[in-house]
Design a protein around this ligand. Sequence first.
Ligand SMILES: *[C@@H]1O[C@H](CO)[C@@H](O)[C@H](O)[C@H]1NC(C)=O
Ligand SMILES: *[C@@H]1O[C@H](CO)[C@@H](O)[C@H](O)[C@H]1NC(C)=O
Ligand SMILES: *[C@@H]1O[C@H](CO)[C@@H](O)[C@H](O)[C@H]1NC(C)=O
Ligand SMILES: *[C@@H]1O[C@H](CO)[C@@H](O)[C@H](O)[C@H]1NC(C)=O
Ligand SMILES: *[C@@H]1O[C@H](CO)[C@@H](O)[C@H](O)[C@H]1NC(C)=O
Length: 505
Amino acid sequence: MERNPLVFLMIVGFANLIFIHVYGEDSQEGLLLDGRYREQIRKMQAFKASFVRHDSVPSTSPSPNLAPAPAPRSAIRPHEYRVTSYGADPTGETDSTEALMKAVADAFGGPKVGFLMEGISNLGGARINLEGGNYMIRRPLRMPEAGTGNFVIHGGTIRASDDFPTDGYLIDLSASSGSQNEESKASNNTDAQLSSSSPYNYEYVTLKDLMLDCNHRGGGISIINSLRTSIDNCYIAHFTSNGILVQGGHEAYIRNSFLGQQITAGGDKGERNFSGTAINLMGNDNAVTDVVIFSAAVGVMISGQANTLSGVHCYNKATGFGGTGIYLKLPGLTQTRIVNCYMDYTGIVAEDPVQLHISSSFFLGDAFILLKSINGVAKGVNIVDNMFCGYNKGIEIVQLDESKGPFKQIDQVVIDRNNVRGMNMKSTAARGSLQANGSSWTIDFSPILLFPNLINHVQYTFSSNGSGLFPNHALRNVSQNRVLIESDVAVPATVFVTVDQGVAS
Ligand SMILES: *[C@@H]1O[C@H](CO)[C@@H](O)[C@H](O)[C@H]1NC(C)=O
Ligand SMILES: *[C@@H]1O[C@H](CO)[C@@H](O)[C@H](O)[C@H]1NC(C)=O
Ligand SMILES: *[C@@H]1O[C@H](CO)[C@@H](O)[C@H](O)[C@H]1NC(C)=O
Ligand SMILES: *[C@@H]1O[C@H](CO)[C@@H](O)[C@H](O)[C@H]1NC(C)=O
Ligand SMILES: *[C@@H]1O[C@H](CO)[C@@H](O)[C@H](O)[C@H]1NC(C)=O
């Protein structure tokens, strides 16, 4: 009872809130509005209008919801370019190349907000909206003008026509200045001239929520010499060359995406014939995170340094059929981190690895890691804390390909602490013990050590008791990955030995 006044006050308070809310949302007339409020409403209307504006509406606008907005002020420019209002056909039946290119050209010609990197004009987040449509194109969507940044292409499907050029990419972020592209010539303005001052083509381009169907002709996305590109939630299928190609530039971030040459969920009858590369990184400092690659001859091909892969699930083509999950083609300077990945019947190949880290990953179905000698160099390699699982066929978890010559320069290679089920353990560090009554103990580490005839470091413990003798003993021979300990008299003893191939000699 004593709380009644408070409750009453609260009710009054709520009533006020509700009243104010209604007043703010719906009542524009019949109430006294101060000038500030009117100004806010006007701004909001103008803001809403800015979302449905575009610069070059074709006379036959197919979109009914593009009713004329209140006369937009010239100061407020559009940020969203809806492709159907440029005549793109969202049913995918007719060619939408021109319409999509017009939308892109309009975005590129839209308001600019200074610069990102020097020479990269800032489109301020312009959005090219595919409006959930399915568009067929006959030519690559090649971005018109280099030296541009901060724009988004999102929200729909793009499919290559049956006559799409087989060397093309559906979305092509390569500088097209001076090439076949007409739009680039149209925009001969100050920004375009300034763009030549940047060593990069594009910066901060986001390709998001897209399905790209290459229709077995060419590739999905090509990112040439660009900076800070984001590919997010894309599904790229039916490529023949590369699903995504990154060449030069840096910081292409590919995340939360699905790539497959054929649409399959594994166990595909045509798996032997899968070809193409899902992601081809020919540049530095890129990241592939949380990506599934479900069909391709090579899942991720890397030939640039300082790339990182995390959460990548490869079941693109089984090793047994000639597939590779991740191929590191940077002999002599690898500088790649692969963590938390799932190599599903397909493994990792690294040519002359120098600075390579593979950890916390799961290798299933006899998938393994192959170190391939080119000039015989393996330095700074960590393959640790992974899980391997196979079918008791004697497949080793890490293997050497020395067909081009043996590994000769081996330094700081650590392959250890992996757990193994149904495959053969390989390691660069090993422990063993042997109990015998005698004067010589030989422990053979060759089944487990990765590199043949290489032991850089040995430690042993000689444990002998109860025989009444206190023998002299010594490490007598280390050769062919075998360790020999001898004593001067025969005694019952257990010898414990630890060896290491990885320590620098
Ligand atoms: C572009 O601008 C330059 C000079 O600013 C001019 O010489 C050239 O003709 C222009 N090109 C086109 C295609 O308009
Ligand atoms: C694989 O390709 C070969 C030759 O191109 C063809 O003969 C065979 O039928 C294909 N296999 C499948 C399962 O598609
Ligand atoms: C160990 O072997 C020697 C001869 O080689 C023998 O005399 C001795 O009894 C053995 N000791 C034990 C504990 O078996
Ligand atoms: C060490 O053992 C190997 C055979 O494993 C032998 O060829 C070599 O001569 C031995 N070295 C010494 C110093 O006894
Ligand atoms: C002697 O050493 C062996 C291992 O080398 C061990 O099994 C045994 O228990 C030891 N005996 C005594 C009395 O310590």
